[in-house]
Ligand binder design. Sequence first.
Ligand code: NAD
Ligand code: IPM
Ligand code: MN
Length: 362
Amino acid sequence: MKKQITLLPGDGIGPEVVTEAVRVLDKVGDIFGHEFSYQTAAIGGTAVDQFEDPLPQQTLKSCRESDAILLGAVGGPKWDSYPAHLRPEKGLLRIRKELELFSNLRPVSIYNSLVSESTIKEEVVKGIDLLIVRELTGGLYFGEPSERLDVDGEEAAVDTLSYKRSEIERIIRMAFELAELRGKKVMSVDKANVLESSRLWRQIANEIAEDFPDVTLEHMLVDNAAMQLIRNPRQFDVLVTENLFGDILSDEASMISGSLGLLPSASLSAEGPGIYEPIHGSAPDIAGKGLANPLATIASVAMMLKYAFKMEKEAEAVMSAINAALDSGVRTADLVYGNQGSVTTSEMTDAVLAYIGTEQTN
Ligand code: NAD
Ligand code: IPM
Ligand code: MN
């Protein structure tokens, strides 16, 4: 099969991890007989430097014309004092909105050999398999107004958490559809004890649940959910939540897996290409040092193979190769308490590549 992929390496460790993920895609292409062609486009701070725009028109065009998009990360201290519209993060928010990627799937599981190395007890994390469904194009990130104000002669600022019924309906429905294919449980996470938008969210979740009689719906307040994720993550199957809540809870949940450098994601729309992206950022503290863990981006490639190209066995091959590589004992620094890792970004990929097309693809 022929597939066109737009690469958006972005900033910091973004280009480092995307380079590694492309090596994996190439190997999958070789072994399974697919042709992946790539077009690289600018986003984030790099795009601001080159084009004075964190999402240049030609980047958007390339993305729209592709079968899937692979993103590294955006942002960094260099651009932190830029005006809002020139911030690297704005490029990412804009592309999510332009492509209507309302649904961000962030699966959380733990690779076998990392169970005994977790900072959380083995019996708590073993066999964990949950899915965070984060609403991605609404909520607090996109509500208007969002601006500086003068309140009673004092400097002030406002952000707005607003949702339309249709925006809530589609993400809740997506969560139920995914739960039907998994453990048949949806946990809707909100702050309905305080926020009106959460009360609407909860009401709509209850309505949609009626269309899915074989899926159980429960509600949980977000502060409690943050605690329960570490106390007993096994209670969750699909967890669906507002944009900012999902952002925070998924970084937290990465510690169930062992590192922020492990969690992949897929940002999907009703139709058109999705963005496959690690959940982590540009990690300026380790950029350019060969320390970044490429596995979150490599696992994002597995999500691309599965969701964008319907290449189930290829996706499986990538995930089992990651598992096998970790079983062989290789560790980047983030996977080791005290950061005494022994392999570099590209050596970690070498280890994964060695297991693609071995036993699991026969
Ligand atoms: P971050 O996710 O970049 O890093 C948090 C910590 O995790 C750092 O110590 C970093 O070294 C570590 N880390 C992250 N990814 C890693 C990996 N693959 N391997 C090993 N260690 C890894 O978050 P931050 O430091 O709060 O933000 C830095 C910049 O990234 C900011 O500009 C922020 O806006 C941006 N950001 C971008 C995205 C994105 O593009 N999707 C996501 C989050 C943050
Ligand atoms: C993420 C990031 C982004 C977000 C930022 C960079 C806009 O943290 O992808 O999780 O908050 O969505
Ligand atoms: Mn985030």
